[in-house]
Design a protein around this ligand. Structure first.
Ligand code: ATP
Ligand code: MG
Length: 558
């Protein structure tokens, strides 16, 4: 498909301007910098598609950098999951980097800064430091430790590094300006003492750098030209530049931080911390629960990499935070799966249909096209016999003229098979329909070329042969939260808006060809929606996840 022509977004405009004025094309380099403290979510997909997308567009390298400066929350499990997700989306990084690989370099630079009078050890508690910070309109107060001698600072910093001072004993602060209108410039903390095991450096370090001190320096070490982050870091830019200035030499190319708006998705939360709470409190079963907005959850649900990339590209980058309706994500899934998913038949809420003039014991294998959107997908054979299952909702004993499905005395077509006519119903003692009896027109077989086969009837129903059908577990998912913005209520916690009916497990009948379906295989159940084989399935016993319905059912309810 031809790439749609679109105008440059504001990030691309920044790059184009820099290419005119300050940067050579071969100097462009980007990074995606997740903290390995959880699984990636759909918001991260925007950042991944932005950074790796720029890499593709400008033929520039993109690093995957783990921002692993907080050993309390970070784990190898998350590193592995993040790598899997980025690869699955179809992107390749130039180098796999870790902020922790730069701990020694960062430490050496910090020592230089102390020697140059740009940093000092503060022995106050974090509460005392906070009290001195001032407010945006009131200047802060200088710490009584601010003017320690270089020797004393070096000695204390060394002790911090060696673990000879207690965890909350001292911090290293940059010596900037306690009266700056930018609160972040009021002597920000660079290091804190933490005697915690790190998932990569183990117990080597007893001090850990803060985000602001580590991030820009990591960008600088890796020769990143443009460092894109979300808008909340806009006020950090001044500090980012201040730190880079301290560690770089004149004439060296310095990374540029630029900000774009976070992407939020309706009816869910996009924050690793909050998603972790859902897992820990058992609201969902795992990070990759198909109801989760994580990349791994969407994958398990049946989303394709292409649908997620299309989604990210179509919402683009912006300067203002906004909420994207999850219906748009579902639309992208439908659009992609429509082209790629083979068609099959499955009945989720069955009622028996008996064709009284069809010979008992007879069976036919009928040809069915695999995907009308894709000729190369070919066809398969499906069994037909006297007793079938159809959906309960596809039959009404009596109905008005707008009901284009099966009623008594009217004709409909069975998909890929024959035209049938409703004759009578069999009911149990409570009046529930147990069987529908119908007759069929033997000359009306689909594709047989007869006059009867070309006869137009109003409705077409999907069905499965009762004798041949495979009974399977089907998991129907709904929105995880029942309101558009679970975070939008100041009085209430987002947990209060969890949708109690986000998962319904049913038994359905599917055509026998699905017995051999493999995990992650995706199908369109005709007239119902898109389904994907869950990883809980056993050989020959597929369990299906509903990825998305054929149509947007929520639009009608609203
Ligand atoms: P979370 O609160 O979910 O942990 P985060 O921003 O702290 O999010 P990081 O691992 O630090 O998560 O993010 C890696 C990159 O992804 C950062 O550049 C960040 O700005 C970006 N990112 C995170 N969430 C979103 C979002 N909702 N929309 C766009 N980009 C995002
Ligand atoms: Mg974070």
């Amino acid at each position: 498909m031809a790439e749609e022509k679109r105008s440059l977004n504001f990030i691309e405009q920044i790059i184009e301007e820099d290419l005119q004025n300050t940067h050579k094309k071969e100097e462009l380099k980007f990074r995606f910098p997740p903290e390995p403290n959880g699984y990636l979510h759909i918001g991260h997909a925007s950042s991944i598609c932005l950074n790796f997308g720029l890499g593709e567009k400008y033929n520039a390298p993109v690093n995957l950098r783990f921002d692993d400066t907080n050993p309390i929350k970070e784990e190898q499990e998350f590193v592995d999951a993040i790598k899997e997700d980025v690869l699955w989306l179809g992107f390749k990084w130039e180098k796999e980097c870790y902020a922790s690989d730069y701990f020694q370099q960062l430490y050496d630079w910090a020592v230089e800064m102390i020697k140059n009078g740009d940093a000092y050890v503060d022995s106050q508690t974090s509460e005392e430091i906070a009290l001195q910070k001032g407010t945006p309109t009131d200047p802060g107060k200088e710490s009584q430790y601010r003017n320690r001698s270089v020797e004393e600072n070096l000695d204390l910093f060394e002790k911090m590094k060696n673990g000879e001072t207690p965890e909350r004993g001292h911090v290293l602060r940059a010596k900037i300006d306690m009266t700056s209108p930018n609160m972040l410039m009021r002597d920000p903390v660079m290091y804190r003492c933490l005697h915690k095991n790190h998932h990569r450096t183990n117990d080597t370090w007893k001090i850990y750098p803060m985000y602001d001190w580590a991030h820009g320096e990591s960008d600088f070490i890796e020769n990143i030209s443009h460092s894109f982050c979300t808008l909340e870091f806009l006020p950090h830019r001044e500090l980012y530049n201040w730190f880079v200035e301290k560690v770089s030499k004149e004439g060296e190319l310095k990374p540029k931080q630029r900000e774009f708006a976070r992407r939020n998705l309706s009816h869910t939360v996009v924050s690793k911390r909050k998603l972790m709470q859902l897992v820990e409190q058992g609201v969902v079963n795992s990070w990759d629960d198909p109801r989760m907005p994580t990349i791994s959850g969407l994958r398990r649900r049946g989303y394709t990499p292409n649908s997620i990339r299309k989604f990210a590209d179509s919402i683009g980058v912006g300067k203002r935070e906004n909420m994207i309706d999850v219906a748009h994500l579902e639309f992208c899934a439908r659009e992609d799966l429509n082209k790629t998913a083979p068609r099959v038949m499955g009945v989720l809420d069955p009622v028996k249909l008996v064709i009284t003039n069809y010979e008992e014991g007879k069976e036919e294998w009928l040809e069915a096209e695999n995907n009308p959107e894709d000729e190369s997908a070919g066809s398969r054979e499906i069994p037909f016999s006297r007793e079938l299952y159809i959906e309960k909702e596809d039959f009404k004993e009596s109905a008005n003229r707008k009901f284009f499905r099966l009623t008594l005395g009217k004709e409909v077509r069975l998909k890929n098979a024959y035209i049938i006519k409703g004759e009578e119903v069999v009911k149990d003692s409570e009046g529930n329909i147990t069987e529908i009896h119908c007759t069929y027109d033997p000359k009306s077989k689909s594709g047989s070329g007869t006059e009867e086969s070309k006869r137009k009837v109003k409705g077409t129903l999907h069905w499965v042969s009762a004798k041949h059908a495979l009974e399977t577990e089907i998991r129907l998912y709904d929105r995880l939260f029942s309101v558009e913005n679970p975070d939008g209520d100041k009085e209430k916690d987002y947990m209060e808006f969890v949708n109690p009916d986000s998962l319904e497990v049913i038994k359905g009948f599917v055509e026998p060809s699905l017995k051999s379906a493999g995990i992650q295989d995706k199908f369109q159940f005709q007239r119902i929606g898109y389904f994907c084989v869950d990883k809980d399935s056993k050989e020959g016993e597929p369990i299906f996840n509903r990825t998305v319905g054929l149509r947007d059912s929520w639009a009608k309810i609203k």
